[in-house]
Design a protein. Structure first.
Length: 466
């Protein structure tokens, strides 16, 4: 029987099927951070259980950590308690952890692939929605809840229902200044935030093959915003080149043996999918979200939708609510939207490739006077070091950006980097829900290129016109 990539990964890790539709699957790697792990460790302690396989765990603080003045410590008491608990739990259980002072520290979904801890063919879980990022490496990766974090620590297994298979074929040449973040927003705007519910999405087509590994991570990262359980890209030479010579990847004969296995991590010819969607991106424009859901997105050269548009007849109230919350009007031109803050970072867009794109756009330019704050937060200490070695930090600071230390930062209102009420932000993060970046804050999701162009002009502009 011909199998999809998802079917192969599922079958490799399947242990047992139950009558209620759930299956027990084996988990290879477990990523943890300070927010969703303390309760799990406490549960283990109270039940008198130990961790089943300690070498499967990698820990790093990222959600609550400060991105400035780290030497002053963590001021917020709850954040400090969580980070201290992670430190204690990892030390007590002798787990691999990258401390705040370690140059390898960063956002969990940046650090895992960067270190070669996540490899093709693995099952990967984390108490974080955007674990789907790792699907770019042909790993079956998904977010789990806190009770499941405890379950995986104790058993190295997880109860899951098998998803259906969806294939999104992306063809055409990526237009200039149209990036994987734009592609993700385009897909979500077309299929909706529930379009992938119940599915594992595999991305195929010549446009996907042309993407770099970092760009594939961005696309898979955003898959969860389409409602899917995970996103996947098959192994090719780019995948194997990416993982080779990473600190924790196999070496010598072990790598050669692993490579032979990895090369089979593709969908078989004529494998059957439950749903196939074809997208041609040849004429696509850079995207921007205007509302309070990732599906509320339009091209940068367009206008906000009309409430009378038949396509939105069933969601008219949602549109009304979004216009009200965002302080915008129907049919408003995108380039008329002025901004207060710029955030470039998050597990979606904080890798070196993203930072190079920003540097190319802002070099020898200054951010607009109306921009109160523009911050750039690298995804890890190693990304930060690489950027500084290339002189990117000097380009950023000369243009008026703040160059920060790694962390989740303004992606979510869980640390010091937040929006104030009614402030409007161009953000390279992954969610634009109400209050996501701070109470009553207004978030527009964009690519690093569009965020950089908006910083220079003080409002949204088509980066292709610069």
């Amino acid at each position: 029987m011909k199998k999809t990539l998802y079917d192969k990964l599922w079958d490799e890790h399947h242990i047992y099927s139950y009558d209620n539709g759930y299956s027990l699957i084996y988990i290879n790697k477990h990523l943890i951070h300070e927010v969703t792990s303390p309760q799990a460790f406490e549960g283990l302690k109270q039940a008198g259980r130990s961790i089943w396989r300690k070498k499967s765990v990698m820990a790093v603080p990222d959600h609550n950590v400060p991105t400035t003045l780290r030497e002053a410590g963590i001021k917020d008491p709850i954040s400090k308690i969580q980070v201290d608990a992670l430190n204690k739990n990892c030390k007590t259980n002798d787990l691999l952890k990258f401390d705040l002072e370690d140059i390898r520290q960063g956002i969990v979904h940046v650090v895992g692939p960067e270190q070669g801890i996540i490899l093709p063919g693995m099952t990967v879980v984390c108490g974080d929605s955007h674990t789907s990022t790792h699907g770019a490496l042909a790993a079956l990766a998904f977010g789990i809840g806190t009770s499941e974090v405890e379950h995986v620590l104790a058993t190295q297994c997880l109860l899951q229902k098998k998803s259906l298979n969806m294939n999104i074929k992306v063809n055409g040449k990526m237009p200039e200044y149209f990036y994987s973040k734009d592609l993700a927003l385009l897909i979500i705007s077309q299929i909706g935030t529930a379009g992938g519910t119940g599915y594992a999405i595999e991305y195929t087509g010549n446009a996907i093959r042309d993407l770099s590994m970092e760009a594939r991570m961005t696309l898979c990262n955003m898959t969860i915003e389409a409602g899917a359980t995970t996103g996947l890209v098959a192994v090719d030479e780019k995948t194997i080149s990416y993982v080779e010579n990473k600190p924790y990847s196999p070496k010598g004969e072990n790598f050669s043996s692993a490579k032979k296995y990895w090369e089979n991590l593709t969908s078989d010819n004529d494998a059957l999918y439950d749903k196939i969607i074809d997208i041609d991106i040849s004429e696509s424009s850079p995207m921007i979200t205007w509302g309070t859901s990732p599906e509320m997105a339009v091209g940068i050269d367009g206008k906000l939708p009309s409430l009378d548009d038949e396509r939105f007849s069933s969601k008219r109230q949602d549109l009304l609510n979004a216009f009200s919350y965002m302080g915008l009007k129907e049919k408003q031109s995108v380039n008329s939207i002025e901004l207060d803050k710029i955030f470039i970072g998050s597990c979606t867009n904080s890798r070196i490739e993203d930072l190079r794109i920003v540097a190319d756009i802002v070099k020898n330019k200054k951010i607009a006077n109306n921009i109160k704050s523009a911050i750039i937060v690298p995804g890890s200490g190693l990304v930060k070091e690489k950027a500084e070695n290339e002189g990117l930090d000097k380009i950023f600071t000369k243009s008026g950006f703040e160059w920060r230390s790694p962390g989740c930062s303004m992606c979510l209102g869980m640390n010091d980097d937040k929006l104030n009420e009614y402030e409007r932000c161009a953000s390279t993060s992954n969610r634009n829900f109400e209050g996501r970046q701070g109470r009553l804050g207004r978030t527009h999701l964009v690519s690093p290129a569009t965020a950089a162009a908006a910083a220079i002009h003080g409002h949204f502009v088509d980066v292709r016109d610069m």
